[in-house]
Design a binder for this molecule. Sequence first.
Ligand code: NI
Length: 175
Amino acid sequence: MAILKIARMGHPVLRAVAAPVADPTAPEIQQLIRDMTETLADSGGVGLAATQVHVPLRLLIFHVPASRSGTGADMPLRALINPVLTPIGEEQVTGWEGCLSVPGLRGTVPRYTKIRLTALDAEGAAIDEILEGFPARVLQHEADHLDGRLYPSRVENFSSFGYNEELDRYPMDII
Ligand code: NI
């Protein structure tokens, strides 16, 4: 296992459109998932895309604590390979986001409230499920990474974009 270096905004790997994973069960993919899991645990985030650790492949990991899952239960960490997200309905909600590749900052971003997720899991089995609320937001953020997109490019109102320390000191409502 290894803690991997996380690319920061400005590095070209974060602008790359990632390539599909050919074989989710390949040893190098399994090793990457283990290393990304350790990297995410070390960093304290909720999600990490392979592009953020300089690997331009369509793979991400995420987890959601019970306090934010919407169901009251923890969503344990899982890997999603070649994920495809499809919005269900038009409804969007604006909420706070931060990113390990844009350290120290957060901003407000509109995301679809409800999405359908299709992907392969770490064993190569098909996933097909519906996600809502914060888990849906996390997935949209992480899937954007696989298309070379960072959340600041989706911020619509920059008056709520700022440093965590200042926003913690001067809390503001989402506008
Ligand atoms: Ni991110």
